[in-house]
Design a protein around this ligand. Structure first.
Ligand code: SF4
Ligand code: SF4
Length: 370
């Protein structure tokens, strides 16, 4: 039976325009609710929330509860690592930032094509094994956003990996993300899977009205997000499903069905298939909002925000003036416009979804800047 984990990538914010403005009082309330429900797994990363997620969870959880009351995972930010020494110093910095003596799970973050060879060069796998031997990590693994072929290679070359974190949701099972085949590879290696992006960055929480109507007709009052979570929690080989909850309300909704979790039945699974068709026909850009692309943008373009606004605009095409257009005008003040893109490609190298960001920004500019 899989469990719900608290993903710390989309925390409540005091100012929606500032990713580092985590609303600590609300986060504390969410932490309390989560622990009171008998759950205890928290997943953060160096880069989340402009590098403040690890500090936020120290304040909301680590400083307030005994160490045996929770399990915590964080990740080696491979985008920042260029030598074994740097990897070592970042790891020690993370222990201090989170305020713990050991991590329950520690992952190499976002293994994909070019980063895999870089990790070998920087001896990241050796670092994890060494820190485990020193008692500073309980279990070692990696998060992964690439092909089943590369996953097969990594797991074959590193049988010491004890778990893998994969993007799995009902929209990505058979598309370019290849969730189903990646899950099969992990299972063939006997490696437990932790699921990330079960709600695909919120896309499956805010489904089109037609899909919502299908869900409502079968289970009145059950949120679209709960359908998405129950779907992945019912798959074989899943240890934990991370939900990036952003408010007390979302926490309450998730806890309402995940604690006494029931997998989807046959009829519900066929409704999910129909909903996936509807959603696929409406989502213009499959951006999960992870924001990895924005870190090295020389023009400070709010790529994830602009894509979210673009999706809203396309889901409900307006006759004239539109709310997303107004937001685009407001949000872009003090940042680069989509049309300011220099086509340097830094963003595309970091996008786990493999999106053609440069081309998509041209569509965004055409839509909002005329
Ligand atoms: S390609 Fe454009 S959006 Fe991407 S990092 Fe470069 S300037 Fe920014
Ligand atoms: S464009 Fe890619 S990297 Fe950027 S937020 Fe979306 S999914 Fe993440």
């Amino acid at each position: 039976m899989s469990e719900l984990g608290f993903g710390l990538m989309r925390l409540p914010l005091k100012d929606p325009a500032d990713q580092s403005s985590v609303d600590i009082p609300q986060l504390k309330e969410m932490v309390d609710m989560f622990l009171d429900a008998g759950l205890d797994y928290f997943d953060t990363a160096y880069m989340y929330h402009n590098n403040v997620s690890e500090k936020a969870i120290k304040e909301a959880l680590v400083d307030r509860y005994p160490r045996d009351r929770y399990r915590i995972a964080t990740k080696l930010p491979i985008m920042m690592i260029d030598s074994p020494e740097k990897a070592e110093s970042v790891f020690e910095e993370q222990l201090a930032k989170v305020g713990v003596d050991y991590f329950d799970n520690y992952l190499i973050h976002n293994i994909c094509g070019e980063f895999y060879s870089n990790m070998e060069k920087c001896k990241a796998f050796d670092l994890l094994k060494r820190k485990k031997a020193e008692g500073k990590i309980k279990r070692i693994g990696f998060s992964f956003h690439d092909s089943p072929e590369l996953l097969e290679k990594v797991l074959s070359e590193h049988p010491e990996m004890e778990f893998v974190q994969l993007q799995i949701n009902y929209l990505d099972m058979d598309g370019p993300i290849a969730s189903r085949r990646n899950l099969e590879v992990a299972r063939a290696h006997g490696v437990p899977v932790i699921v990330m992006e079960p709600v695909k960055g919120g896309i499956l929480a805010n489904v089109p009205d037609e899909a919502k109507a299908l869900f409502e007709a079968r289970n009145p009052g059950m949120s679209p997000a709960s359908w998405a979570l129950r779907y992945v929690m019912g798959l074989d080989g899943i240890e934990t499903v991370l939900s990036g909850m952003s408010s007390v309300e979302q926490m309450r909704d998730n806890l309402s069905f995940c604690v006494d979790f029931k997998p989807l039945d046959e009829e519900e699974l066929s409704i999910v298939d129909k909903a996936a068709e509807i959603i696929n026909s409406k989502v213009a850009i499959s951006c999960t909002g992870c924001r990895y692309c924005m870190k090295d943008c020389p023009q400070d373009i709010l790529i994830a925000d602009y894509f979210a606004l673009y999706n809203s605009e396309k889901a409900n095409p307006p006759k004239g003036w539109s709310v997303p257009r107004m937001y685009y005008g407001n949000r872009s003040k003090g940042h680069g416009l989509a049309s300011d893109c220099l086509e340097c490609g830094n963003c595309e190298m970091n996008c786990p979804q493999g999106l053609p960001i440069i081309e998509l920004l041209k569509d965004v500019a055409k839509t909002f800047e005329n």
